[in-house]
Structure formats: C-alpha cells, structure tokens
Design a binder for this molecule. Structure first.
Ligand code: SF4
Length: 296
C-alpha cells in the first residue's frame, strides 16, 4: 500500500495511481530543457506530471522557479528570484507550437519583488502564443498581484480565454496554509477580472485534506459563485516533504462527488473534483467542451 512519503501515513486505496505509460515523457523533458523552460508540473512535484508529459502537455511556469512567498503546502523553491527573462514568452510559444498544444496553461511563481508583479510577462506570453498558434486557447493561472488594479488590467487586456486564480483553501486556514495571501483579496481578483472583461472565463481551485469541513468548502464555492467564477477544481492535498503541512484527512471519492454535485447546483459551468485533480489537470477538457464549438 503506497504511503504518504513524508510521514509514513497510509494512503487509502482510492489514492492508488497506475504508473503512466512513458509515452513522450523523455522527449518533453528534453524539449523543456532545450528551451530553458520551467513547468509547475516539475517545480511543484505534481503527481500527474508523468501522465501529462506522456500526453505531450505541460503547464509552463514563467518568471523563474523561485517564489517570493512561502506557502506551507507548496514545493516550489522560495527566495530571491532571477531577473525577468524577456525572451521567455517567445520560447514558451515555441514549445507550445512544437507540442501541438491547442490549450496552453501558463502560470508563475509570485513575484512580489516586481512593480507589476510579473503582469507584463504574462501579457507578453499570451501575445506570443496568439502570434505563433492561431486560435489557441490560453489559460493563465496567476498570483494575486497583491490585488493591484494596474497588474490585473495588463493581463486581462491581453485577453486570455481563461483567467485562473486559486483560492487554495478555506478562509480560517489561510494563516497556516498561505500566510502571505488574503482570502478576500483573492476573491476580489476574480471579481475584478469579470468586471473588466466579462467574456473571460474565470476559474479557481482548492485543495482539501488540510482540516477544512465540507461546509467550509461549500461556503467557499458559494463565495466564488458570488464573484462570478465559472470553473472550479477540487483535489486532495498531498504533502511534498516533511517540511510541509501534514495531511489531516484523505477526502473520500463520495466527498469529491458531493462537492461536484454542489458545484453544479451552484451554477459552475465546469467542475473537476477528484483526488488527483489539480488546477490545470486535463484543463483542455473545459475548452474542448465549451470553446471548441466556437473555435477549432
Ligand atoms: S505563491 Fe504559489 S508558487 Fe509561491 S509558494 Fe505559494 S503556491 Fe507556491
């Protein structure tokens, strides 16, 4: 029985995950290396990266691999980030073209050290993707930009198809889980995107298993719908190392099903709720379901 590597906590049977066929795994890793690109898949040690890479998809992480924040669930490196690489947007677009991606997800570490929080690099990457892959669906998964209006406008005016900002957990756990973030600020970010451009789909995600109750999660879903959020992802928190927060609970498949049902009742356009769901896991399913009819 697989165990939670960090504290030898037994993982329940439903967390068993078949090893993916290697597929194009090596080729993808080589491509990313050749183009000097980071992915959140590798930096955050996502449990799905083998599967996604084998399927020739990945979530590009721009603005370096070092974050200015230190969320207690996240495996991404923290510290002093590198200077902004202005050629990076071109290389992301080139990688997406070579991978034949129709749905590209671009995320980043948080760059509280930059005046615009990295918003300019997001806009440049969206524009580079649009130039190189006509009709591409671009999803951005951004930090909160400290709620800065000018940064939100820079990214929104580059017109991503999907603007994703993760709420990550329930409000009373923020101090423990993501102490440098603010629950209401993250809600406000999602609200402002819709106010600036209501044709952009907004998306958010949270992890469960950190000590929240089902009612807490339901309340977060209600708050997200109140700010017009269209898409929600809910997955099981897994501990990247003994230095990270413990897993309090493994949510059952029934609990994920209950969340999915509630999300549909609340009017989310799309919900992905299961143990290994992550923000951009199978992200193309939404665009294939909703956008394809108008685009490809
Ligand atoms: S802000 Fe994002 S990348 Fe930085 S530590 Fe938190 S979750 Fe990780």
């Amino acid at each position: 029985m697989p165990e939670d590597g960090a504290k030898r906590r037994r993982m329940p049977p439903w967390m068993r995950k078949a090893l993916p066929a290697s597929g194009d795994l090596e080729a993808i890793c080589q491509l990313l290396k050749d183009l000097r690109l980071n992915t959140v898949c590798q930096s955050a040690r996502c449990p799905n990266r083998g599967e996604c890479f084998a399927k020739r998809t990945a979530t590009f992480m721009i603005l370096g691999d070092t974050c200015t924040r230190n969320c207690r669930f996240c495996a991404v490196k923290h510290g002093k980030p590198p200077v902004v690489d202005t050629d990076e947007p071109r290389r992301v677009a080139e990688a997406a073209r070579r991978l034949g991606l129709k749905h590209v997800v671009v995320t980043s570490v948080t760059r509280d050290d930059l005046p615009d929080g990295g918003a300019g690099q997001f806009a440049a990457t969206i524009n580079a993707l649009r130039e190189v892959i006509p009709g591409v669906c671009v999803e951005v998964l951004t930090p909160d930009f400290n709620g800065k209006e000018s940064s939100l406008r820079i990214v929104t005016e580059a017109k991503p198809d999907i603007f994703n900002h993760n709420i990550e957990t329930v409000p009373h756990l923020y101090k423990i889980v993501r102490p440098q973030a603010d629950y209401n600020r993250s809600l406000e970010v999602l609200k402002r995107i819709k106010e600036i451009n209501s044709s952009i789909y907004t998306k958010s995600g949270l992890m469960v298993g950190l000590g929240e109750s089902q009612e807490d999660v339901l309340k977060v879903m209600i708050d997200l719908r109140e700010v017009g959020c269209d898409i929600i992802t809910i997955g099981q928190y897994l501990r990247p190392s003994p230095q990270h927060l413990e897993i309090k609970e493994f949510a059952t498949p029934e609990t994920f099903e209950w969340y999915a049902q509630k999300a549909k009742e609340l009017g989310f356009l799309y919900v992905a709720s299961a143990p290994y769901v992550r923000s951009s896991y199978h992200a193309n399913k939404f665009s294939e379901k909703v956008l394809t009819s108008t685009r490809f």
